[in-house]
Design a protein around this ligand. Structure first.
Ligand SMILES: [Ca+2]
Ligand SMILES: [Ca+2]
Length: 188
C-alpha cells in the first residue's frame, strides 16, 4: 500500500508540472476600430518592436474611442500569472479577465507614465497572483484618442477539463484508500 501511495503522489506531481507557454486568444471587437486593421494581430504571439508606429497594418490594431474594447477568448480555462501587453506609449490601458465572458475583474493597467519610449508602441510584461480565466478584455481608458494594441497574450497552462483516464482514476482511488488507511492507523 505504501509503495502504491508513493507512486500515486509521483504521478500527481508529474501531471501538475506542465510548462507555462504563450497562450493567445481569438479576438472580437466591441465598438469601432481602424478600418483596415487586422483584428487577429492583437493576439497572435507576435509582439511589434518598440517604437513601431501605432497604426501599422499587419502588426497593430488601432482605434479612437475609450468605449471600444477587445475580448480574447482562449477557448477554455487557462491558469496564468504573467501577461504581455504591447500598446501605444502615450495612453492608459486596462486589462481585465473573466471566466464567463460577462463579469470581468480588473487585472492590471499600463499607464502612459510607465514606459520608456517616446514614440509608438511599447511592450510591457506583467506578473501577478495566478488567475484562472477563459476571457481577457483590453481597453484604452484615457490618452490622446489614438489607441493601439500590438499584442496581448498570457503565459500559463490550459486547465484540463478532460475526464481522467481509468488508470489514473484507479491510482487516485488507491491513493485515497491509502490516505484513509493512514488516518485510521493514526487514530487507532
Ligand atoms: Ca496614443
Ligand atoms: Ca501581435
Amino acid at each position: 500500500m505504501r509503495k502504491l501511495f508513493a507512486a500515486t503522489l509521483a504521478a500527481l506531481s508529474l501531471s501538475s508540472a506542465a510548462q507555462a507557454t504563450v497562450i493567445t486568444g481569438d479576438v472580437t471587437a466591441t465598438g469601432a476600430y481602424g478600418g483596415n486593421a487586422i483584428l487577429s494581430n492583437l493576439s497572435d504571439g507576435i509582439t511589434p518592436a518598440d517604437r513601431t508606429t501605432y497604426n501599422t497594418r499587419g502588426l497593430t490594431v488601432w482605434w479612437n474611442s475609450a468605449s471600444t474594447y477587445f475580448t480574447l477568448d482562449f477557448g477554455g480555462l487557462v491558469a496564468f500569472d504573467e501577461a504581455l501587453l504591447s500598446v501605444d506609449h502615450n495612453d492608459n490601458y486596462l486589462v481585465s479577465y473573466s471566466t464567463d465572458g460577462v463579469n470581468f475583474t480588473d487585472l492590471f493597467s499600463v499607464l502612459s507614465t510607465q514606459g520608456t519610449v517616446n514614440w509608438g508602441m511599447e511592450a510591457f510584461e506583467r506578473s501577478f497572483d495566478s488567475v484562472t480565466a477563459r476571457y481577457l478584455r483590453v481597453q484604452g481608458t484615457s490618452g490622446d484618442s489614438a489607441y493601439a494594441v500590438g499584442e496581448l497574450h498570457v503565459l500559463g497552462t490550459r486547465v484540463s477539463t478532460d475526464v481522467p483516464e481509468p488508470a489514473v482514476v484507479g491510482l487516485l482511488g488507491v491513493g485515497l484508500a491509502g490516505i484513509v488507511a493512514l488516518r485510521r492507523r493514526r487514530r487507532a
